[in-house]
Design a protein around this ligand. Structure first.
Ligand SMILES: *Cc1c(COP(=O)(O)O)cnc(C)c1O
Length: 432
């Protein structure tokens, strides 16, 4: 009925997640609060791990793109499910290592890793550094040489695929800050330089064509473009690269009307293409990585808010204001992201009330959704915004000095804190 299997309605007519009554959760933990269903997260992890086993003979590794939601508990869950991790900053790496995440299963991304982040990556022995540019390649080689180490890398390549998604999250084309373009010759130059770098071990290539992609064709095409380039590398340099990282970006359900493909279908289709096309080109079938982020956590999470003022402007619209907003969910103000919103304590009533759900920040653009259908609400009702598990907490800010909400983890109807909510003391902690 809703965007995720973990969401339901109980006998009281209250919205539930992972079997827990969201109205009770709101009472117990306060609002706003992020709530995630652990079993749903684990189910998604398993789907990706299994799909590599089933379709690709286990000759690959699914990495959770931790930028979607990074906290210790997420790292523990992902580690427990046997996945690797993709991090894009020293902070994400630190979070992972603080729960003893195996460093060799971590890939370090980013288009402008700082010197100290590169040192940190080398010192902690991350499995692969995904090198984005020549400056980074040279710096990394120097750092590794000073430490008498050899660092395994993948090069980030722009396959130039239009993945039909929002402009802001399209990263595969030439005009992107990420990676090396094939067409311009930069990519092959980077390969040559990497091969010639004494303390660099070039394991393979990486690409990521965008996010929230529903079609499978762009992924297939990207895989082919990358294999074509691997052949070019082999012909021009003699090096046969053994690894191919195809990135993430698998679309999830934000609205009931969204119909993403089952994640398993992706590996089914792409592994067929990779195996067949590698054979056709006379290349060894590469070890493969995939990097699901939002597809692991997005639909497994919701955010609970309490309704405050309800303001009807005749012939214009009705604003329903909540006790959170762009501070805990900046995705609407950033890219007009779609969300479905439900009144948690009236979940079994009709959604026949058109409202603009507004946050409490001093920005007119601080909205969660405009003119969306929810139940008729009044002050003190609880609103649940669905599919907020990814890129909400991880993008949260303290704008207006509003403390970040807690993360509550639910499993089989039982709830526990995974991340404490911030206090006002936390807000001034670093102020001198
Ligand atoms: C953001 C990102 C991902 C994950 O994207 P999702 O849309 O959350 O699956 C994977 N790999 C890279 C390199 C990314 O930048």
């Amino acid at each position: 009925m809703y965007v995720s299997d973990c969401i339901d309605i109980n006998a009281k007519g209250h919205l539930t997640i992972g079997g827990a009554d969201t109205v009770e959760l709101a009472e117990k933990f306060g609002t706003p609060a992020y709530v995630l269903d652990e079993d749903e997260i684990r189910k998604n992890c398993r789907a990706f791990v299994k799909s590599i086993d089933d379709n690709y003979n286990g000759n690959g590794l699914a990495l959770y793109a931790s930028k979607a939601l990074c906290c210790k508990e997420m790292c523990r869950i992902v580690k427990d499910e046997g996945m690797g991790l993709d991090v894009v900053s020293g902070g994400e790496l630190f979070t992972a290592l603080s729960v003893d995440f195996p460093a060799e299963k971590i890939c370090f991304h980013g288009n402008n890793k700082t010197y100290s982040e590169l040192v940190y990556a080398v010192d902690s022995g991350v499995g692969r550094v995904i090198v984005d540019n020549i400056t980074e390649l040279e710096t990394l080689n120097k750092i590794a040489a000073e430490k008498n180490k050899k660092v395994r890398i993948l090069l980030r390549i722009k396959p130039g695929i239009d993945a039909h998604t929002h402009d802001f999250i399209k990263t595969g084309q030439i005009d992107s800050k990420f990676g090396f373009a094939i067409e311009t010759g930069e990519a092959i130059e980077a390969v040559r330089l990497a091969l010639a770098s004494s303390n660099i071990d070039l394991s393979g290539l990486h690409c990521h064509i965008g996010s929230q992609i529903f079609e499978l064709d762009p992924f297939e095409l990207a895989a082919k473009v990358m294999l074509d380039f691997m052949l070019l590398v082999k012909n021009k340099t003699g090096a046969e690269l053994s690894e191919l990282n195809l990135g993430g970006g698998f679309g999830i359900k934000y609205l009931s009307s969204d119909s993403p493909r089952p994640f398993t279908e992706y590996m089914e289709r792409v592994s067929k293409v990779v195996k067949a096309y590698a054979g056709e080109l006379g290349l060894k079938v590469p070890f493969i990585y995939i990097e699901p982020g939002r597809s692991i956590v997005g639909a497994a999470g919701i955010t609970l808010y309490t309704v405050g003022a309800v303001k009807t402007i005749p012939n214009v619209r009705t604003y329903v204001s909540i006790d959170g907003g762009m501070g805990d969910n900046p995705r609407y103000i950033l890219y007009q992201a779609d969300y479905e919103i439900v009144c948690a304590n009236k979940a079994n009533r009709e959604r026949d009330f058109v409202a603009t759900v507004a946050g409490k920040c001093c920005e007119s653009g601080d909205l969660i959704q405009e003119n969306t259908k929810i139940q008729r609400v009044q002050p003190c009702d609880i609103l649940a915004v669905l599919s907020t598990g990814a890129y909400n907490y991880s993008m949260a800010s303290n704008y207006n000095r509003i403390p970040r909400p807690p993360i509550v983890m639910v499993q089989n109807g039982k709830a526990r804190l995974a991340v404490k909510g911030e206090t006002y003391e936390d807000i001034v902690r670093n102020d001198i």
